[in-house]
Ligand binder design. Structure first.
Ligand SMILES: Nc1ncnc2c1ncn2[C@@H]1O[C@H](COP(=O)(O)OP(=O)(O)O)[C@@H](O)[C@H]1O
Ligand SMILES: [Mg+2]
Length: 320
């Protein structure tokens, strides 16, 4: 297909329009308009924000109350089967049979999705290796650690070679080092395997490292959707820390204001200075020297995903 100017029309991976899910007591999704493209997209929001509800609607497992959504061009309301053949799903909660091995489960699910037995075995062995389950894949999953269970859940989401995977809280219950391993795997799925990924977390800072794009949900509403680099871009200010008499920071702050710059106190006796032009940092350095103070450090201030929540006034959010 070609667009008006001859450019190819790219079908979004996920597109929702006015998507709403009302339960009797709560509106889990409230007129959500969001578009997700290729690459890794982080879906973040506090517990109860509506992340899992969105994923189940996208899979065609739960009907929306109103609005619509398309996944890889298919309507979730009428084409759930087609969607589930193209999409892998890693559910949030433990759903693994305890008396079956990861290998048997993944082979079985591969066959369920249409692969002949031999191909399913080969594919299962590949995906289990990719997620880092070695010999233990032949043991029953009842004895697995949380990290191993999460890997088995991830492997079954990949067995039918999906174009998109929906990973619901893949780092839940993991210790920091297993969490890092899982996040690296998520990145690898997006980058090396070229599979589009939508990954959720209630820990806000967690997905910055692995996501190309971040969607922030708050009480079923879209708080923000932007490239990760936009979250992390320099905000146009410098954080300055100086050494000297006890009111060194105040002295420098006054000198900066006298020089026509905008400066304000920041955390830990630091001063935040708005960048006016290319010479701002030099001016800060010169004024510090003029006052006989020592410059301890000067750095650009970066936004983090948590700041969006702070600015947006969203409550009950757990920063990492
Ligand atoms: N089956 C259900 N019946 C009633 N309420 C539900 C159901 N599933 C989810 N909810 C509610 O919808 C809201 C969003 O839940 P959920 O999508 O699980 O959020 P998240 O995954 O972001 O933690 C919550 O208030 C939750 O209690
Ligand atoms: Mg959830």
């Amino acid at each position: 297909m070609e667009g008006a100017e001859g450019a190819p029309v790219v079908t979004p991976v996920i597109e929702t329009t006015g998507l709403t899910k009302a339960y009797p007591r709560v509106t889990a999704l409230d007129h959500l308009d969001v578009t997700v493209g290729a690459g890794v997209t982080g879906l973040v929001g506090a517990n109860g924000a509506g992340k899992s509800t969105l994923i189940k609607i996208l899979l065609g497992l739960v009907p929306a109350t109103s609005g619509s959504a398309r996944v890889l061009g298919h309507d979730v309301a009428t084409e759930g089967t087609a969607i589930r053949s193209l999409v892998g799903y890693m559910p949030e909660h433990d759903c693994l049979p305890s008396d079956v091995s990861a290998s048997d489960l993944v082979v079985h699910l591969g066959q369920m999705s249409g692969l002949p037995y031999a191909a399913a075995r080969e594919r299962a062995s590949d995906v289990l290796r990719h997620v880092g389950l070695a010999e233990e894949r032949y043991r029953v999953m009842g004895g697995y650690s949380t990290g191993m269970k999460q890997r088995a859940k991830l492997a079954q989401a990949l067995v039918h070679d999906p174009r998109l995977v929906l990973l619901d809280e893949p780092t839940n219950g993991l210790d920091p080092s297993s969490r890092d391993d899982m996040l690296s795997l998520v990145r690898k799925i997006g980058e090396e395997f070229g599979i589009a990924v939508l990954v959720t977390s209630h820990l806000l800072g967690e997905l910055e490292r692995v996501s190309d794009h971040v969607v922030v949900l708050d009480s079923g509403r879209l708080l923000r959707s932007s490239a990760t680099s936009d979250f992390l871009h320099a905000t146009g200010s410098l954080l300055v820390e100086v050494q000297g008499p006890h009111d060194a920071d105040r002295l420098l702050g006054q000198a900066l204001v006298d020089a026509g710059l905008t400066a304000r106190p920041a955390e830990g006796s630091m001063i935040e200075v708005e960048v006016r032009d290319d010479h701002t940092a030099d001016l800060v350095r010169d004024l510090t020297v003029d006052l006989g103070l020592g410059l301890v450090r000067m750095q650009e201030r970066h936004h983090r995903i948590e700041d969006v929540f702070r600015e947006g006034g969203a409550g009950s959010v757990q920063p990492v």
